[in-house]
Design a protein around this ligand. Structure first.
Ligand SMILES: Cc1cc2nc3c(=O)[nH]c(=O)nc-3n(C[C@H](O)[C@H](O)[C@H](O)COP(=O)(O)OP(=O)(O)OC[C@H]3O[C@@H](n4cnc5c(N)ncnc54)[C@H](O)[C@@H]3O)c2cc1C
Length: 416
């Protein structure tokens, strides 16, 4: 496809970074052009040229979460970050690393594991996700509440802005962090405020021992109580999840209410925690089943299954069992993480808008919120995927970073 604006874009960067648009459809819509730059300067030059010509750019990594947010009204340029996949600086003795945004999480974790370290972010449904996508979505899963959120692990970042600049914020090492935390602003911004090209992270040592227990409860009430007790106790836990029966069955367990417990730490602490968890389970009349992690793997895979409707509700931990129950009654596979106060509802065949609104109202009555994590284009047109606490603040930020709406325009809300 050619036009004066696309030609200007092509002139701004080397021709060998252009790609076929048909590999970059989003919600069934093809971009007019696609590029895969090899360095940050090319990213910034592309953005700047697009900005000058009123073109809308969608930065993308592994393309696993492009259904998060509202369907875009305009999609001109696909900007793949997969060409920026280098490890820039790794200092194992400081537990810090700086990487380019297109590096996959799998590659990163493999490099770190060789030195007995890891980036302690929840394992996402797909391990091909990129570091940039991970930061831009800033999703939390089972480990939230036990380990820092992605935005708290970022020491600094460099982002390309539509004016062609590449501002840096924060630093590469823990002690250098100063000034405004702009890098934290990009975490969770869905690529609407800038294109992350590089990020520095705090790392953690790999826990020497891990153990997974599946606790089969007598009924939903005692499962909820057990999940709370496990969360309240001082176990070497990395996650606790409360599963409604259908979600348990889908995870390869019996069709009963379950609590999944993941322990991680030094061997002695994990062993002691196993004993304490057994004692708590015994008092609750629950049966302890050892697992090799298959239930977790299946749950995580569910969260990222394409074509399904996936909802996330954030509610106080005390309301979590009720919302897990409500989502299950609405026909979803449902589970919740008490430490994060989040409930995930998965409907393979989709949900109708009224059911989503009803769950949202219920979450709101409990002082919480509902976010649509993935759904058909149609559903995301009918139900706003997000609840905007402070729409004016969001608009003001967009105005500051991307006044012409070049980046992911409309993904958050009209024009933003
Ligand atoms: C339904 C669902 C549930 C999930 N739940 C969890 C969970 O609980 N815990 C968890 O850890 N992970 C979860 N994930 C995965 C997590 O969101 C991924 O890290 C994410 O998919 C990003 O990877 P990606 O490279 O595929 O990004 P993409 O899908 O390519 O992009 C996702 C978004 O980020 C933007 N983006 C991508 N790269 C950049 C960049 N360099 N700069 C600026 N913006 C960028 C895109 O424009 C888009 O808005 C879930 C994924 C799905 C689909």
């Amino acid at each position: 496809m050619t036009s004066p604006s696309l030609d200007a874009l092509r002139h701004a960067v080397p021709s060998d970074i252009e790609r076929e648009p048909h590999d970059y459809a989003i919600d069934g819509v093809l971009p007019r052009v696609a590029f895969r730059p090899g360095d940050r300067r090319e990213v910034a030059d592309l953005l700047h040229a697009a900005d000058q010509h009123g073109l809308v750019v969608v930065p993308q990594g592994a393309r696993t979460s492009l259904e998060l947010g509202r369907p875009l009204g305009q999609y001109d340029v696909a900007l793949s970050l997969l060409g920026l996949d280098r490890i820039v600086e790794y200092v194992p003795e400081d537990l810090t690393i700086t990487v380019e945004a297109g590096l996959t999480l799998r590659h990163l974790q493999e490099e770190l594991a060789a030195r007995g370290q890891y980036l302690p972010v929840d394992p996402p449904p797909h391990d091909r996700v990129t570091v940039g996508g991970l930061l831009a979505t800033a999703r939390a899963g089972a480990w939230r509440g036990y380990l820092p959120a992605a935005r708290d692990l970022v020491l600094g970042a460099t982002a390309a802005l539509p004016d062609g600049t590449l501002p840096k914020s924060g630093g590469r090492v823990v002690k250098n962090v100063s000034g405004y935390d702009l890098h934290r602003l990009h975490a969770g911004a869905l690529g609407a405020l800038g294109v992350i090209v590089e990020a520095s992270f705090k790392l953690a040592p790999l826990p020497p021992a891990t153990r997974l227990l599946a606790l089969r409860a007598r009924d939903e009430r005692s499962a909820a109580r057990l999940a709370r007790d496990l969360w309240d106790s001082h176990l070497a836990a990395r996650s606790v999840a409360l599963l409604a029966p259908a979600a348990a069955s889908h995870s390869g367990l019996h069709r009963e209410p379950y609590v999944l417990l993941e322990l991680a730490g030094v061997e002695a602490a994990v062993e002691r925690s196993v004993e304490e968890a057994r004692a708590l389970a015994g008092r609750a009349g629950a049966q302890v089943e050892a697992t090799e992690g298959e239930p977790w793997r299946r749950l995580r895979a569910l969260a990222g299954e394409s074509g399904a409707t996936v909802l996330r509700m954030g509610v106080p931990a005390t309301s979590l069992p009720e919302l897990v129950g409500a989502a299950a009654r609405a026909g979803c596979l449902a589970w919740g993480y008490p430490a994060a106060g989040s409930v995930i509802a998965h409907a393979e065949a989709g949900l109708d808008p009224a059911a989503v609104r009803a769950l949202r109202e219920q979450a709101q009555r409990h002082g919480g919120f509902l976010q649509v994590e993935a759904a058909s284009t149609e559903l995301r047109r009918q139900v706003d995927p997000f609840e905007h606490g402070d729409a004016e603040a969001l608009r003001a930020l967009k105005q500051q970073f991307d006044p012409r709406g070049t980046l992911n325009r409309g993904r958050w809300m009209e024009g933003v």
